[in-house]
Design a protein around this ligand. Structure first.
Ligand code: KG4
Ligand code: ZN
Length: 389
């Protein structure tokens, strides 16, 4: 099965095409990447210290067609017909996108694709709509099924991918548990089987990635803050000095699986206010170190609690913060000591942050069950939950 996916939920515009072989979640399943393109808008949003939705939408609309064209370069073509559709009604305020799609359909040979899938939530609605309308244009022109995919299911589905050519995916046994840690989410999810999820813990305020980004801003580090903070924290740990700062661990011992990170951010702000600005490099390192220790301690502790409540066979970790090796090492170490029977799947660092490959993979089991979305009713759902069926 050849699947094309579009991802535009936040500040990355991405297109991926894969060819699968075998059945999802069986040892025989493998896939090859025929095309995989991504344009990051990080530099555009950096001056705002976060993602600016109207700007994200505009950037997605300008970049989607060039990314599609490049992702399709190596995809085999077919003589099947291309239907003409009304692009102006799909891209009402984006004349540039209309012109680019007109040119795309006029010049691009028709690729041999079986389904077009697209992130329809959660995320920034203006941004999600660009991807949805682009996917509609492709599915209607090529006369192939369209499917809306949950972005968070993408972060789960890419965790068990193994390197190699073709790539393979380790089959998962159920029930299993997912830890989703990104700029918008901090969730512990119980998985009964692929497609059947229950969010059993989530943040009451800031997401973990958001806390990294806000703390980075407080201490004068660039956006996105996660990579910068983890680099400074690693330098501090390697320095051999002792860290005298200890930040609070909000809700660590609350007895439930929920999180709260806004108090931790406030504690960092209060602490920085005791210094004369600008902070020295050593002060920035020590704050990053203490913040990371506190945030990771809470996450590892909550995962320990969740794992002690049921017999989970596999743990799947996903989201941009899964690129944090100190976090993944701490989690692996706790699980190997306390739950040695449990297998842990950590995505390759290049697959942890947003991409379209994860959306192709999340779609596989749905497409095998012949699920599809009605193009006229598929909507952007900013708060789409994994618990929704
Ligand atoms: O999943 P993602 O790419 O986008 C969302 O769906 O939110 O996650 C982005 C988040 C940002 O908050 C970024 O600071 C964080 O992932 N991040 C990290 C690291 N790399 C990215 N956080 C901690 N340590 C990292 N190494
Ligand atoms: Zn994400």
């Amino acid at each position: 099965m050849r699947i094309l996916a579009i991802e535009t939920s936040c500040d990355e515009t991405a297109v991926s095409v894969i060819e699968t072989s075998g059945d999802w979640n069986t040892p025989g399943f493998s896939f090859s990447i025929l095309g995989n393109t991504l344009y990051s808008q990080v530099a555009t949003h950096a001056p705002y210290g976060g993602v600016f939705p109207a700007l994200a939408k505009r950037e997605h609309a300008l970049n989607i067609v060039p990314l599609l064209t490049s992702a399709l370069k190596e995809v085999p073509t077919t003589h099947n017909p291309v239907h003409s559709i009304d692009l102006t009604s799909l891209f009402t305020h984006e004349q540039d996108a209309v012109a680019m799609f007109q040119n795309f359909f006029a010049t691009q040979p028709r690729p041999a694709i079986d389904a077009v899938v697209v992130t329809h939530g959660p995320g920034l609605e203006p941004a999600l709509w660009v991807g949805i309308n682009a996917a509609r244009a492709l599915s209607e022109s090529w006369g192939i099924p369209l499917l809306g995919v949950n972005h968070m299911e993408g972060h789960i589905a890419i965790a068990p991918v193994n390197p190699g050519e073709p790539l393979t995916v380790t089959p998962i046994s159920f029930p299993s548990l997912a830890l989703l840690i990104s700029g918008g989410h901090t969730e512990i999810v119980s998985i009964a089987t692929w497609g059947s999820y229950e969010v059993i813990g989530s943040t009451r305020d800031d997401a973990i990635g958001e806390a990294f980004d806000k703390v980075a801003r407080l201490i004068g580090l660039p956006y996105p803050g996660g990579p910068a903070i983890s680099r400074l924290a690693a330098q501090a740990r390697a320095s051999g000095r002792k860290n005298t700062i200890v930040f609070p661990r909000p809700m660590r011992d609350s007895g439930d699986l929920d999180f709260s990170f806004s108090g931790l951010k406030t504690a960092v702000r209060r602490h920085t206010e005791t210094f004369t600005l600008p902070l020295t490099d050593e002060q920035k390192e020590d704050i990053s170190w203490a913040f990371e220790d506190a945030a990771i301690d809470v996450i590892v502790h909550k995962m320990k609690l969740a794992l002690s409540r049921d017999q989970y066979h596999d743990v799947l970790v996903g989201g941009g913060v899964a690129a944090n090796t100190y976090l993944t090492q701490s989690l692996l170490s706790m699980i190997s000591k306390q739950f040695p029977e449990t297998k842990v799947h950590i995505p390759h660092i290049s697959h942890a942050t947003d991409n379209a490959l994860m959306i192709t993979l999340a779609a596989v089991h749905h497409l095998e069950k012949k699920e599809s979305s009605d193009p006229s009713t598929l909507r952007a759902q900013g708060n789409l939950s994994l618990s929704q069926r």
